[in-house]
Design a binder for this molecule. Structure first.
Ligand SMILES: [Zn+2]
Length: 258
């Protein structure tokens, strides 16, 4: 194992508008229950927040995320490969500024929406003042996703990259989406040494929220969403909770490597 017995478990949650549409019902519906679950498991997580959601959900996020790391998932959740460089710089810089101002705490990490990053990405992340990035990989099955046995956090100048991990079968990202879609096999596919897991709050919400979407996306996003997703999540977290830490804590450990 690349990082020895001290392999971390980093639970990362992307806090963004519901099911790819505008709205924030899922945050209100699921965040209090998720923070209660994490408290019961005595684990802390990293929440990558879309900064424009602070207008509608800022008070709720402040209350529920007091014990967790807050990081940036951009200003508007736009695809960063589809907008001009000055807009990318604004998504990076302005989101960080707004989240820090709202929470009164430093924001050290960034995750790109849909894990899509433009050329020269880590230089841009560094220029915007971030200490780490967690955007390397793909949200769909892809050879870009690192198998747990090959996963390693690396320093690139001033920025640490924390790439996403795959399930045991490789290619498929270790996220709640694929645990839901592949259930009941998903439990077996969950990697014992997977370093990073990610999920979206709307996957835990009432699946009726997805009715606004067109098939086949509607069917894919509804499959095992809601209560089955809570069960899948708890069974993935319980055996890993003792290794849990925040992305910022692990990035600091990487920067202190000799
Ligand atoms: Zn996202």
């Amino acid at each position: 194992m690349a990082d020895g017995p001290e392999r971390p478990f980093l639970l990362t949650v992307d806090v963004e508008p519901d099911w790819g549409v505008r709205g924030h019902q899922a945050v209100a519906e699921t965040l209090p229950r998720l923070s209660a679950l994490l408290r019961r498991l005595r684990m802390r997580a990293t929440f990558f927040i879309v900064a424009e959601m602070l207008d509608a959900c800022g008070a709720l996020l402040e209350r529920e995320l007091a014990e967790h790391e807050i990081a940036s998932h951009g200003l508007t959740h736009r695809v960063l490969t589809e907008i001009p460089p000055e807009e990318v710089a604004r998504e990076l810089g302005e989101s960080r500024r707004r989240i820090e101002e709202r929470f009164g705490r430093a924001v050290r990490g960034f995750r790109a929406p849909f894990l899509k990053t433009p050329a020269g990405w880590l230089e841009r992340v560094s220029a915007a003042g971030y200490a780490y990035d967690s955007s390397c990989g793909a949200v769909a099955p892809s050879p870009r996703n690192a198998r747990p046995s090959r996963w390693r956090a690396e320093r690139h100048g001033t920025v640490v990259e924390l790439p996403v991990t795959t399930l045991r079968c490789g290619w498929f990202p270790f996220n709640l989406t694929y645990l839901r879609l592949l259930a009941p096999a998903g439990g077996w596919l969950t990697p014992a040494d997977g370093a990073i897991m990610f999920l979206h709050l709307h996957e835990l919400a009432d699946p009726a929220l997805a009715r606004v979407l067109r098939p086949p996306l509607r069917w894919a996003l509804r499959r095992n969403a809601g209560e089955p997703a809570w069960r899948l999540l708890e069974s993935a977290l319980t055996p890993r909770a003792a290794r849990a830490m925040t992305c910022a804590e692990y990035a600091t450990r990487v920067t202190q490597r000799p």
